[in-house]
Design a protein around this ligand. Structure first.
Ligand SMILES: Cc1ncc(COP(=O)(O)O)c(C=O)c1O
Length: 390
């Protein structure tokens, strides 16, 4: 039996049957079961922030696992305390900010959803095309009909506005609104960058109506866009921030961080997670943050953005018209709806990317990717684009 047969005979079909069986990874390369190598330009969908098998992360995980692997939250461990302190310091958060740890992006949003309910208001405003996860609360904020419709009715009273449109946002928010929930850049929606000042407008609108501004940085956070957190660009402070993906560098962990009044909504018994704040996940996240800081990977993400913006087009065989995104969250925009074809051709040439829209290819490589791997990837990119576009 092939692995595809075994997959189909044992796993639910929610992902379809994947095209590859990956067996190992190191840095920005992964290998499949036939020994073929791929330049991993999607990094587990913006997760492997410091690449595969980074020695600092490996060492931190093994040391923690061999000391204390899990306890539950019936007792405290040092990991979540240290990690919460570190995140709050990177955020330059006020003294009243607090962190809740969970295991994924959808859970970080679910915690935020529950904080919203504790305002005693129910109405939320979200952006069209946004993605906040798949559990029922988070799904009610994921304004993509194909993902929501089979699961209706969804909870809440949710108004959907066009992303990036501050006027529409202003009209939608009222004194009944619990929260406005936005991604600083829509990742799953197609790497859509809103106009400058959008988050500042959102902040002001929320302040006028006493609504919470909740920013979902599950995909954009932890250095991905060339700052620790993308919202820092606009000099605003959210009331609630959701993180996951890159935080654990491949080890599952999520965080919901609340400021001010929102930080005091959860009391004993309000919310919880058996695995949330697991010491191994926290050790992995602390190691990831250390590598990003020590290796100045925020600067590196910005530098590589410049290189890729130019080179993906220049070596795009006329098929690639432009690039959007920030840092190392990038979409190469095509002149035709050939995204799925290019994703496939890239795979054949040994590059892993993702067609995030019919006319766009998303790249979200490790922040540690080397110049040599970028050069090799561009050679392969040129071959793939010329095959599809030529
Ligand atoms: C912005 C955003 N929020 C939430 C999620 C859900 O995260 P997870 O798949 O870890 O549940 C994602 C995943 O792509 C995301 O991009």
């Amino acid at each position: 039996m092939t692995w595809q047969d075994r997959w189909q005979n044992s796993l639910m079909n929610n992902y379809g049957t994947p095209p590859l069986l990956i067996t190992s990874g190191s840095g920005s390369r992964v290998w499949d079961d036939t020994g073929k190598d791929y330049l991993d330009m999607i990094a587990g969908i913006a997760v492997n922030a410091v690449g595969h098998a980074h020695p600092v992360v490996l060492e931190a995980i093994s040391r923690q696992l061999s000391t204390l692997g899990h306890t539950s939250n019936l007792v405290a461990t040092v990991g979540p305390i240290e990690l919460a302190e570190r995140l709050l310091s990177l955020l330059q958060a006020p003294n009243d900010a607090r962190v809740f740890f969970c295991n994924s992006g959808t859970e970080a949003n679910e915690a935020a959803f529950k904080l919203g309910r504790l305002t005693r208001r129910v109405h939320t405003v979200v952006a069209q095309g946004g993605f906040h996860g798949r559990t029922i609360g988070a799904l009610s904020w994921t304004a993509q009909p194909a993902k929501q419709d089979p699961f209706r009715p969804l909870p809440g009273e949710v108004t959907v506005v066009p992303f990036g449109d501050a006027v529409a946002l202003k009209e939608a928010v009222s004194d009944r609104t619990a929260a406005v929930v936005l991604e600083p850049i829509q990742g799953e929606g197609g790497v859509i960058v809103p106009p400058d000042g959008y988050l500042q407008h959102a902040r002001a609108i929320c302040d006028t109506h006493g609504a919470l501004l909740m920013l979902d940085e599950v995909q954009t956070g932890i250095g991905r866009t060339g700052r620790w957190f993308d919202f820092q660009r606009e000099g605003v402070t959210p009331d609630v921030l959701m993180l996951a993906k890159g935080l654990g560098g491949g080890f599952p962990i999520g965080a919901c961080i609340a400021y001010g009044r929102a930080a005091s909504y959860f009391g004993p018994g309000s919310h919880g997670s058996t695995f949330g704040g697991n010491p191994v996940a926290c050790a992995a996240a602390l190691a990831v943050l250390r590598v990003i800081e020590d290796d100045d990977l925020l600067t590196r993400a910005n530098t590589l953005h410049g290189v890729l913006s130019q080179q993906l087009v220049a070596r795009g065989s006329g098929l690639v018209t432009s690039v959007r995104g920030r840092g190392l969250l990038i979409a190469a925009v095509l002149d035709r709806d050939l995204g799925p074809d290019l994703e496939k051709a890239a795979r054949a040439q040994g590059i892993l990317v993702n067609s995030v829209a019919p006319d766009a290819i998303r790249l979200a490589p490790a922040l540690t990717i080397t110049d040599a791997d970028i050069a090799e990837m561009l050679t392969r990119w040129e071959r793939a684009t010329s095959e599809v576009g030529g």
